[in-house]
Design a protein around this ligand. Structure first.
Ligand SMILES: [Zn+2]
Length: 150
């Protein structure tokens, strides 16, 4: 009977404020709102809350204990909270995906910059090699000239 109390597993208290309206809308077989009533007959069920047909005593025969409805509402609320949690996780996932894409773009930009820097360094090295070759060839040429003069 009180077993539904132990169901509360402390699942995400931050979504609790998004739960639905406290008073559940219960409809009878007339598709009309069934009012919440209390058993007034002296007996084992006295004081128990129930939903009945609005057209009592010309009732459609609808009857439901309020605690049964409460349990259903509690389950619906839990399912709703789960939906909210899933939606939140999906949003978080999308955000992470976008961040990842942005990081990949940044990384690609850095790679391009890196190759550009490498090319600049590479051409500077080639220039130095070229200068060294020119100096060497001039020295060699002068040496040949000196040898020929003797
Ligand atoms: Zn009814």
């Amino acid at each position: 009977m009180a077993s539904h109390q132990s169901h509360s597993d402390g699942s995400s208290s931050r979504t609790r404020s998004l739960s639905f309206a406290q008073a559940p809308l219960v409809k009878c077989f007339h598709e009309e709102e069934a009012p919440l009533r209390v058993v007034r007959f002296n007996g084992p069920t006295v004081g128990k809350r129930f939903y009945g047909c609005a057209h009592w005593p010309r009732t459609c025969g609808f009857f439901k204990w309020a605690e049964e409805v409460d349990e259903i509402v509690e389950l619906q609320q839990k399912m709703f909270e789960k939906d909210v949690t899933i939606a939140e996780l999906q949003m978080e996932n999308d955000m992470l995906k976008r961040t990842n894409e942005r990081l990949e773009d940044d990384l690609a930009d850095l790679a391009i910059e890196n190759t550009e820097t490498k090319e600049i360094i590479g051409s500077a090295r080639a220039d130095r090699k070229w200068v060294a070759f020119l100096v060497f060839s001039w020295v060699f040429f002068s040496f040949i000239l000196l040898l020929n003069k003797q």
